[in-house]
Design a protein around this ligand. Sequence first.
Ligand code: ZN
Length: 436
Amino acid sequence: MTNDIDRGDLVIRGGTVVDATGSRRADVVIQGGVVVAVGDGVDGPRSARVLDAGGCVVAPGLVDLHVHLRQPGREEAETVETGARAAALGGYTAIVAMPNTEPAIDCASAVREVLELGEGSVCDVRVAGAITKGRQGLELAAMAEMADLGVRLFTDDGTGVQDGRLMRRALEYASALGVTLAQHCEDACLAAGGHMHEGEWSSRLGLAGVPAEAEELMVMRDIVLARLTAPMGSRMHFLHLSTEGSVAAVRAAKASGLVVTAEAAPHHFTLTDASVAGYDSVFKVNPPLRTAADVAAVKAGLADGTLDAIATDHAPHAPEDKERPFDHAPPGMLGLETALGLSLSELDLPIERVLALMSWRPARIAGLDATHGGPVAEGRPANLCVIDPAATWVVEPDRLASRSRNTPYAGRRLTGRVRHTVLFGEPVVVDGEAQR
Ligand SMILES: [Zn+2]
């Protein structure tokens, strides 16, 4: 966790507390990193620092199930420190770092390295481990030794586990360990060579496409494998679902009683493949931007609970990589500093529903609900964010804390901004400024 920097007493005054239990006008008093009082007019010691929350929502900190921090191996794009700062500015108190680093996080020593880099940063950095050695999809990684270090999510993200037999074994093994497998659903053969969504725009632009079915086939296969292994207690999570068919498959699986979870990324409910028209590789992402019908389906899935969480898939890339021609540029977009504003601006959902998708539901999926996403209540760790839902702002890439600049939202005006973020009682973001 974090070091003992500035753990003085704190009062968050004048806000409306919103958490899984509902919404009420309340001040929040924090001592020693823990919430000690919540109520209208409660007061801390005279020496306590006061954070103004007038007109704001005080909520459990956001939790991101899906970030790429690029360390080790790609520090020119992001480091654990810069990624954590971007997260704190975005309202996140916990993030899960994906294991597709160089080398991959596929053993205890690699997990330990990233956890140590995260210690003392302005966000609680957790780690997902690889399902297979080196993310090669050939043999299972040392999942037990990583689980011993607290790893709760395992994924080969960047690619899906192609071999169905190996995926079945991974689900069985994960069940025994009590951990969750998170799949990047993509049939590598069907997707091979594609750079954008296969459809009207890909043919118009003359770019090779990735059909929606490349994602949907693996979603469907893994639903079948999740059902096969459900009696053992397997837990399956679907990363960044992007197509109407994927959402429909998960909806049907849940309706049949199967317990699976799924996430969507903001770019899949705010942008379509038409954005690629100018061949700007800032719009290249995997899974690719889809059609307006897919965007509508992702929104509907978030609204009806088919999709459990919003995760950023924050994927920084250095300019020299990202500015290559579309068919040579790496896929990925920044997400941490814009996700909340995009969700509040573009989803037709009340703020408490957006917070459920961004805080307490992902906290539960990540196994972090003891420390993050919980109700703002006496005795709970003080991991909080204070959001001004009415504040508008314009995304300016040069002002982002991430080391990279590859946001597709430059110039976009968003409604809803993070005012303060408190991590284990420490105000790490105050009035929209990182404190360290
Ligand atoms: Zn992925």
